[in-house]
Structures are given as structure tokens and as C-alpha cells.
Design a binder for this molecule. Structure first.
Ligand code: DX5
Ligand code: ZN
Length: 214
């Protein structure tokens, strides 16, 4: 499995050492949960944090925009060092245009589906997205419980992508644990976001290695 730890749960007072830990771990990417307080009832962080982490790592930065009208900031996230830029399906009136814009700037384009949004929403953009992010919690906070319906939804998303000959990543985000990771993989995901599981662990690199080995 490809692991993308979410720094939302990292110790922000020691961010450099947290990134040093990730650099020496089996994490492939680093996940950034950007929250605007409108699309989700929480505020997290923005460009200064992304730019700072960019200076501390060579790993791809996997940026998840939980904000309204994300297309306003696509260029700025590119400039700040994002490699994968994921917008919420529910936040984009012109999702096709937003994904094309992200790709034109040289980033991988992701679309995130909230728990209530069916996998079938991917039908018309399956061949444009490089990544599908299945939200397995209601977005806005780390440390929430995994929504059980997400397994079937991952399978439906993967089946739709296969039917469309899309090799897009299927990433699962929210409530990922060592206990549910094997079933998430079996359902068809190839990428896992883990926030609290990693950053509350006594030995986070061990946890990341175990997730990667699933
Ligand atoms: C929630 C975020 C998730 C969250 C995952 O809105 O998108 O990435 O940080 O955190 P855990 O792994 O703690 O559920
Ligand atoms: Zn996320």
C-alpha cells in the first residue's frame, strides 16, 4: 500500500522533526488537510505550512482541499509545492475544468467524495482524475471513526474506474487503522491516509511500515 500520513494530527510545535521522521519512514507521500471553515466546520493551515514542509522533504505533497471554490488557489498550491491536488466533488461547480486546470499545471488531479456522494459521481470524470479520494469520515477532523459503508464504496469506485480503463489511485481518508487496512485494500484501494494512527503512535515509523506492508 502507498501511505500518505496526514500532518493534521502532527505536533505543529515540532513540525520539522515530524517531517524528518516521515522522511526516514516508509511514507510515500505527505497528506495536507487544508480546511477553510466553510466547506468543513474547522480551520487547519495553509500556504506557510505547505511551503515550510516543502523545504524539508523531497516526498510528494498530497494536498487535500476541503474548501469552497478551490479553483481560486490552484496556481498558488502549485507554487507552494503541491504534487497532488485533490478537490472535493461537492465544492466544484465546474469540476471538469478544475481537474484540467490542475493537470495543465503539472500536478496530479484528485477528486474527493464525501460519505454521502455516490461512487457513480465519478462516471464522467473517471478518465480525467489521477486520484479518487474516498472520504471514510465526515471531513473536518482527525481521529474520527471509520464509516463502515466505505468498503463497498471503494469497491464501487474501483469497479467504475476499471470499467473506464482508468488507472487512477483510490485513496481512503479517515479512520484508517491497522485493523481495517487489509479490508480497505481488498476492497480496491491502493493508497491510505492516516493521521491520528501515525502521529499518536509511540513508534510512528513502525506503524507506517505495517500499513505499507498490508
Ligand atoms: C479529515 C481529513 C483526514 C484526517 C484523517 O477531514 O481529511 O485526512 O486528517 O485523520 P485520521 O486518520 O486521524 O482519521
Ligand atoms: Zn484528508
Amino acid at each position: 500500500m502507498l501511505i500518505s500520513p496526514s500532518i493534521l494530527s502532527a505536533d505543529m510545535a515540532n513540525l520539522k522533526s515530524e517531517v524528518d521522521m516521515l522522511n526516514a519512514s516508509a511514507a510515500e507521500w505527505i497528506h495536507f488537510d487544508i480546511m477553510d471553515g466553510v466547506f468543513v466546520p474547522n480551520l487547519s493551515f495553509g500556504f506557510p505550512i505547505l511551503e515550510a514542509v516543502r523545504r524539508c522533504t523531497r516526498k510528494p505533497l498530497d494536498v487535500h482541499l476541503m474548501m469552497v471554490q478551490p479553483e481560486r488557489y490552484v496556481e498558488r498550491f502549485k507554487a507552494a509545492g503541491a504534487n497532488i491536488l485533490t478537490v472535493q466533488y461537492e465544492a466544484c461547480a465546474h469540476l471538469h475544468r478544475a481537474l484540467e486546470h490542475i493537470k495543465k499545471l503539472g500536478m496530479k488531479a484528485g477528486v474527493a467524495l464525501n460519505p454521502h456522494t455516490p461512487a457513480s459521481a465519478l462516471e464522467e470524470i473517471a478518465n480525467l482524475a489521477d486520484l479518487v479520494l474516498v472520504m471514510s469520515v465526515d471531513p473536518g477532523f482527525g481521529g474520527q471513526a471509520f464509516i463502515e459503508n466505505s468498503y463497498d464504496k471503494v469497491s464501487r469506485a474501483r469497479a467504475l474506474l476499471q470499467r473506464k480503463n482508468s488507472s487512477a489511485h483510490v485513496e481512503v481518508d479517515g479512520g484508517v487503522t491497522l485493523a481495517n487496512a487489509p479490508r480497505i485494500k481488498a476492497a480496491g484501494a491502493d493508497t491510505l491516509v492516516a493521521g491520528s494512527l501515525v502521529f499518536t503512535a509511540a513508534h510512528p515509523q513502525e506503524i507506517i511500515a505495517k500499513l505499507a506492508a498490508v
